[in-house]
Design a protein around this ligand. Structure first.
Ligand SMILES: CC(C)(COP(=O)(O)OP(=O)(O)OC[C@H]1O[C@@H](n2cnc3c(N)ncnc32)[C@H](O)[C@@H]1OP(=O)(O)O)[C@@H](O)C(=O)NCCC(=O)NCCS
Length: 202
């Protein structure tokens, strides 16, 4: 599929409000998170802002004719280095602001607070073979037109230029549409214990 008119470019600081909107409108297994969180800022603090801050050169947006982002792909080349940066530079302030147990028990917010204190980690063998990882999200009006493929291929090209050998990602097993997309894009499960951990060589 060929993307409709528009293009891919690096994300810019003046895109941030729109990127937050995209993150929140796609963050419930691909659907809108409106009304699900007391603190929607937790979503963007985990899934968006650290990527823009630590790896702005691998944050690409698909834009419409008016140069407004329809979606993004956020990549990091070295997940281990990214996690180290988050431990030093990103999580401490959030952990202070949202202490463990600060959200209502078993709420959606509580799950995010838990992630801030105990971030997901792929197994070391996966990180070694597939050191990069990504997140990709498109607004509904940008889906199903080839933008997801175009964003991933753009990121893959940038990672290959850096000599990165492989990339992994996490996806909710409930997000069957995204899993179908990732399989089509060459990702396969790499950990028998985790159906939501997919990877591919670059
Ligand atoms: C998942 C998502 C990124 C896919 O992007 P997209 O632009 O809709 O997908 P594309 O149109 O680029 O499709 C790329 C290819 O995957 C195929 N594909 C897409 N969804 C598929 C599915 N569910 N099953 C099988 N193939 C699928 C397309 O047919 C296309 O094939 P081709 O290029 O070989 O012809 C997008 O739908 C999205 O942002 N969804 C909401 C947010 C989300 O769930 N993000 C992922 C969180 S882990």
């Amino acid at each position: 599929m060929t993307p409709s008119p528009g293009r891919i470019r690096l994300a810019r600081p003046d895109d941030v409000a729109r990127l937050e909107e995209i993150c929140l409108r796609t963050g419930d297994d691909g659907g809108d998170t409106a009304g699900l969180f007391r603190e929607p800022a937790l979503m963007t603090a985990i899934w968006l802002h650290p990527y823009l801050r630590q790896a702005p050169d691998l944050a690409f947006v698909a834009v419409d004719d008016a140069d407004v982002p329809l979606g993004y792909v956020l990549g990091v080349a070295d997940t281990t280095a990214f996690q180290g940066w988050c431990e030093d530079q990103w999580w401490p302030a959030l952990r202070a602001r949202y202490p463990e147990g600060s959200a209502p028990r078993r709420s959606r917010d509580a799950h995010l607070v838990e992630l801030i204190h105990r971030p997901d980690r792929a197994p070391a063998a996966v990180l070694q073979r597939y050191p990069a990882h990504l997140h990709v999200d498109l607004l509904p009006q940008g889906q199903g037109q080839g933008w997801g493929r175009a964003l991933l291929e753009h990121l893959f090209g940038a990672l290959r230029d850096r000599g990165v050998p492989g990339i992994h990602l996490g996806v909710s097993p409930a997000n069957t549409r995204a899993i179908g997309f990732y399989r089509r894009m060459g990702f396969t499960p790499v950990d028998p214990a985790d159906a939501g951990l997919l990877a591919r060589r670059l």
